[in-house]
Ligand binder design. Structure first.
Ligand code: HEC
Length: 192
């Protein structure tokens, strides 16, 4: 706590001296720091996807073959050749149907209920040592490649927003609905 206070004091002190040096009149409450965020800057952060209906998926497309090449360059170090598993993570294919047994194997093919989840996760989080460096086309290609390894799309498949949303996952109905009343976010404005 002490060190936090010290750190805050330092930040405030540096902030003040910076302001004085810049000739800002500190008696005015309306100090002119910063600038309103532009729609363009905001868009770079707004990459949320509604995975059940694909809303928010960007334009672009990528093929299984392209994904294979990108994977070998940017993913193989941690996920192993052909996503068979590497030093950082296990295999990313197989296990389909295992969620109905006691020996569940978690892979994108066996677990994800909606296909856009793989796109969303990869775009936000991978490669783990340099996330958000992939283009949308690269993410579509990697998604196509990993679903191909899972036997869910053909070797010559090209995925884009429409085809990815249309891909029905094997575990689509494998999740139980949370029926606790307080989790039921039903919209109700009158007479409910
Ligand atoms: C520096 C190591 C590293 C690199 C490089 C890397 N990953 Fe990962 N990846 C991980 C780790 C660690 C996890 C597990 C994260 C967790 O469970 O929180 C993971 C998890 C994943 C998952 C989730 C798997 C699942 O079964 O749900 C996907 C998909 C994935 N990575 C795709 C990729 C792709 C595609 C690339 C290349 C663009 C990549 N990763 C590059 C380390 C890495």
């Amino acid at each position: 706590m002490q060190s936090l206070k010290l750190a805050l004091a330092t930040v405030v002190a540096v902030g003040f001296s910076g302001a004085v040096m810049a000739g800002t009149d500190l008696s005015r409450p309306n100090v002119s720091y910063g600038k309103p965020i532009s729609q363009q800057d905001l868009a770079a952060w707004d990459i949320d996807i509604s995975t059940s209906d694909g809303k928010g998926l960007p334009e672009g497309k990528g093929s299984v073959a392209e994904g294979k090449t990108i994977f070998a360059e940017k993913c193989v170090a941690c996920h192993g050749e052909g996503a068979k598993g590497g030093p950082q993570y296990g295999a990313m294919f197989g296990g389909i149907g295992s969620f109905k047994t006691k020996k569940r194997r978690l892979t994108p093919g066996s677990m994800y209920p909606y296909a856009p989840i793989l796109f969303d996760y990869t775009r936000r989080a991978m490669p783990m040592d340099s996330p958000q460096t992939l283009t949308n086309n690269e993410v579509y290609a990697l998604t196509a490649y990993i679903y191909n390894l899972n036997g869910l799309v053909k070797d010559d498949a090209v995925l884009d927003a429409a085809s990815l949303t249309a891909l029905k996952m094997p575990n689509r109905d494998g999740f139980d609905r949370d029926d606790r009343p307080d989790t039921d976010a039903m919209r109700c404005l009158t007479g409910c």
